[in-house]
Write a protein that binds this ligand. Structure first.
Ligand SMILES: *Cc1c(COP(=O)(O)O)cnc(C)c1O
Length: 493
């Protein structure tokens, strides 16, 4: 099956798209046939989680065979609960916990699968070369990708993170990563600088003869890769099933999902679930103080010309949400030239405007709300006091948006809020939000948080302290291209 490029250039089959990441014209691959292709969503709901995952993934990536086996290899033994993504109650809230994987962030759900998909795609294409994964991270993707790709045959991975722009725990998770095919490097600037630098390196190196001669091909583990997006679609089905089991809804009732959003990947995966037939009402895009998307949904103007704010929810500190490009393509019925013009305007002037007619279609499926730092802390404190539920700052942004959405009077009867990280990844912010004075470094703070709340520190975080730091390079965004070449030349990955 062919997927299309959002910029109107040539398409690719799913295996090729997973291996390449980005389309050669700079666009993102997207499946514009989801709404039409039949999918028995109501049968799939009643399968066990891994079986349901395999069916959904087969539909989204039909060029892959043995999806049952791929899913088994991806998840077996990696998550601390057989439900994979449990739905829990906290007062009136229904919270879908996505952080039960090895790195305690929701990125694990997809990055457990992507390396297996890549390995399978290479096998099918008799590709003996090395796939080098370049990843820009705002904190969580980096570690989840390292965890997924380390020591995977035929791959190497280089992760770039904004220097000072990730939490100390996130940094420690990355710079202590074992494996003989991994490299981690800090980039001066913020996440957008990092992501832009990586995109530029991709473009510059796509025709590089030295790389080609060494048998290396670049790819991406960011949510621009369709192999990242597809596994994220699965848990919207799993959430729906759990609401049925709790007697919160009846089969066919619409459910709204509130999604803490950065690069717009997670919420786009929800849109895919809706296109596949799952009864999804509205998708609420929750932003932190970097509310570029909230403004976009209100006005139709996407304007990144504003101050980049560092918040306590760093994985959402983003002004350029890559995956919005996919929504523009789908909502404009595949107008590649239009999407291309928007993206050029964004790169050149930092702003683009979407015509009202397309915005009206987008607003049928999406709404948006933002949450500032004070509201985020207030939410963590209140939900802890009133419901005994400890939310991380990203989750709190979404809980705040869920409250606003409920208060608007437009909400469906059932609302699910996505929880994307363990509170123990951000112990300082969480301690202060529940009215405690954080003590010592982040590792002491984790223990303090655990003592006070009587909740256990997730295994992967508890063992970080005292691990050797393996990576300490800091470079400028403009040096990424050379850094990649040198790393490959020296055989470091
Ligand atoms: C990546 C991330 C997000 C944002 O997800 P997108 O798919 O980029 O919108 C939210 N919360 C956490 C904890 C994350 O790691």
């Amino acid at each position: 099956m062919q997927v299309q490029s959002t910029r109107g250039g040539s398409g690719a089959d799913c295996r090729e798209a997973v291996l390449k990441g980005l389309a050669p014209d700079g666009g993102l691959y997207v499946d514009d046939s989801l709404r039409e292709r039949f999918f028995p969503w109501d049968e799939v709901l009643f399968l066990p989680p891994l079986k349901a995952a395999a069916r959904i993934l087969s539909h989204l990536l039909p060029d892959f065979e043995n999806m049952d086996e791929i899913v088994q290899r991806s998840y077996a033994g990696k998550f601390d609960t057989p439900a994979l993504t449990p739905l829990v109650r906290a007062g009136d809230h229904r919270i879908l916990e996505l952080f039960h994987g090895p790195t305690s962030a929701f990125k694990d759900v997809a990055l457990s699968v992507l390396p297996v998909l890549m390995t399978e795609a290479k096998k099918a294409d008799h590709d003996a070369g090395k796939t080098v994964i370049l990843t820009a991270t705002s904190g969580d993707t980096g570690k989840a990708a390292l965890e997924g790709f380390h020591d995977v045959e035929g791959t190497g991975i280089i992760v770039f993170y904004p220097d000072g722009g990730v939490s100390p725990v996130q940094r420690a998770q990355m710079v202590t990563q074992p494996g003989k095919n991994v490299k981690v490097c800090a980039v001066s600037g913020n996440f957008d600088d990092c992501q832009n630098g990586v995109k530029r390196a991709f473009a510059a190196l796509s025709e590089n003869k030295e790389l080609a001669a060494s048998g290396c091909a670049l790819s991406s583990a960011n949510s621009i890769n369709i192999g990242r997006l597809a596994p994220q679609t699965v848990y919207y089905f799993l959430a729906y099933r759990q609401l049925l089991d709790m007697d919160d809804i009846r089969l066919g009732d619409p459910v709204d999902f509130v999604v803490p959003t950065g690069n717009f990947g997670d919420i786009l995966a929800a849109y895919q679930a809706k296109q596949m037939g799952l009864p999804v009402g509205k998708l609420i895009c929750a932003s932190n103080a970097n509310r570029v998307l909230t403004d976009f949904f209100e006005t139709g103007v996407y304007d990144r010309r504003r101050e980049f704010l560092r918040t306590t929810s760093p994985s959402m500190d983003i002004l350029i949400s890559s995956n919005l490009e996919r929504l523009l393509y789908l909502a404009s019925d595949g107008a590649g030239a239009f999407v291309s013009a928007c993206m050029k305007a964004l790169a050149r002037e930092g702003v683009y405007t979407v015509p009202e007619e397309i915005m009206a279609r987008i607003r049928e499926d999406f709404a948006a709300a933002s949450c500032n730092e004070a509201q985020c802390a207030e939410t963590i404190g209140r939900v802890w006091r009133e419901c005994g539920y400890l939310a991380d700052p990203h989750t709190a942004v979404a809980l705040h948006a869920a409250d606003k959405w409920k208060a608007s009077g437009q909400a469906a009867k059932a609302i699910v809020t996505l929880s994307t990280a363990s509170p123990f990844k951000f112990p300082g912010a969480v301690l202060s939000a529940i009215g405690e004075e954080a003590e010592g470094d982040e590792f002491s703070q984790m223990e303090q948080l655990s003592r006070i709340t009587r909740l256990p520190i997730p295994q992967g975080l508890a063992c970080l302290r005292g691990k050797d730091v393996r990576f300490s390079d800091v470079i400028d965004g403009s040096e990424i291209e050379n850094y990649v070449l040198n790393t490959i030349r020296k055989g470091e990955i």
